[in-house]
Design a protein around this ligand. Structure first.
Ligand code: GAL
Length: 410
């Protein structure tokens, strides 16, 4: 009889412990496209398998829409359990205000310093020697995505460089194809501009301008070429009147447009459309000119809450996001690269392999968010949006304004 009592007591204890760990955790992010949702589902599945519950807090629109909402909830006393930000300085003020959870103990326990590469990703999470976020992927912005059939059907070779792509534009337009698809959200025109800058002026110039704030370089001859190319891109994209980046990607997937300058998260859309890299579409890192990738991407931060169950669940999520299996499952769907080098990426496609090769060669530069303050970057973004939306604005005009913003940037 005694053993039966002992059995029930033990079972109750285990159930209670299990129940105590079944915590709902609200996770906010801006991943709402088809490919992004498929990737989020991998995080949710992995977290639910720990016995907790991922409560999805997707915020539609771009990061520029979502981040103010996330920040106001945290500063307004209505924090979520975890939230996405980009690698870099976006959450810096929240961390400095003491509102975000210190993850240093977990990072030590899980050996993140040894696992995460490049080191800049964890450095972007670190303030005064303490770690406040878990990096989950490496996204690079420097890609041109091309629909192979659109070129082949019009008797054109699939471009290998930006110049080839520009040269093909007149024939594409004659055939009723929009050469360049571009969404009209501010961050997309800025992304296109920075990709042109790194590709055509070179990674050193990019780092000197965004990192060292070299205004002379920003106003010089090398950059004049970039502004001319931006004017050409503006003309090639003039008929692509869509807002969201993934709507522009869909234009390329369906052949309405020939190409798109976009980060490698575009791959998630090609994947959900069952398109095969190298066969249905091509990807030109660095526009086929300067093959470097920015180590941009995403990290998750955890608001400090006075609730031991939520705090425990936050720790579980931080750990599971970096586990080898989750890193592979999530990044393959997201089109990004894993933040750890010890995972099996047999299933990686042609484009992801190009990214991994560039990463292994160390041809990396930091993302603008990691080099320039959010305020300065907003000024740069606004200028490029104005330029792309106003064909009367000359390349010379916008370059002068760009140089003066860089001169006072931090
Ligand atoms: C970026 C983010 C990516 C991607 C993109 C478009 O900021 O790093 O994960 O989803 O936004 O939403």
């Amino acid at each position: 009889m005694k053993s039966l009592r002992a059995f029930f007591a033990a079972t109750t204890a285990v159930c209670a412990a299990g129940a105590a760990q079944a915590t709902d955790l609200e996770v906010t992010h801006w991943w709402t496209s088809g490919g992004e949702a498929a990737a989020v589902a991998e995080f949710a599945k992995a977290f639910d398998a720990t016995g907790n519950k991922w409560v999805d807090g997707a915020i539609a629109g771009s990061g520029g829409t979502a981040r103010p909402i996330m920040i106001s909830r945290i500063t307004g006393g209505d924090p979520m359990g975890a939230t996405q930000f980009n690698h870099g300085r976006q959450a810096e003020e929240l961390v400095e205000a003491g509102l975000m959870r210190d993850l240093t103990d977990i990072a030590k326990e899980e050996a993140w310093q040894e696992i995460v590469r490049p080191a800049s990703l964890l450095e972007s999470c670190t303030l005064d020697g303490r770690i406040y976020c878990v990096p989950v992927n490496i996204h690079s912005q420097q890609w041109l995505w091309l629909n192979n059939a659109v070129f082949e059907d019009n008797g054109l070779d699939v471009p290998a460089t930006w110049d080839d792509f520009v040269a093909a534009a007149p024939k594409l337009e004659e055939a009723g194809v929009i050469p360049l698809a571009m969404g009209q959200q501010p961050w997309q025109t800025t992304l296109a501009f920075q990709v042109l800058l790194v590709a055509l002026a070179g990674p050193d110039a990019y780092t000197k301008i965004f990192g060292d704030k070299d205004a002379e370089l920003a106003g010089g001859a090398d950059m004049a070429k970039v502004f001319q190319a931006a004017a050409t891109a503006r003309d090639m994209a003039k008929d692509s009147n869509v807002q969201n980046w993934n709507d522009a990607t869909t234009m390329v997937i369906t052949g309405k447009a020939a190409g798109q300058i976009m980060g490698d998260w575009a791959q998630g859309e090609f994947a959900v459309a069952n398109k095969v890299a190298g066969k249905d579409y091509s990807c030109l890192p660095g526009l086929g000119v300067n093959k470097v990738i920015q180590t941009g991407g995403d990290a998750f931060y955890f608001p400090k809450v006075d609730d031991p169950e939520i705090t425990a669940a936050q720790g579980e999520l931080a750990k599971v996001m970096l586990s080898p299996d989750t890193q592979v499952a999530f990044n393959l769907k997201k089109g990004s690269l894993p933040v750890r080098g010890d995972v099996n990426l047999e299933a990686a496609n042609d484009c992801m392999r190009k990214g991994l090769d560039i990463l292994s060669e160390g041809a990396i530069i930091q993302a603008p968010d990691q080099l320039m303050s959010a305020d300065s970057l907003t000024q740069v973004n606004d200028l490029f949006v104005e330029f792309f939306n106003d064909p009367s604005m000359s390349a010379e005009d916008v370059q002068k304004q760009f140089a003066s913003i860089v001169a006072s940037a931090d």
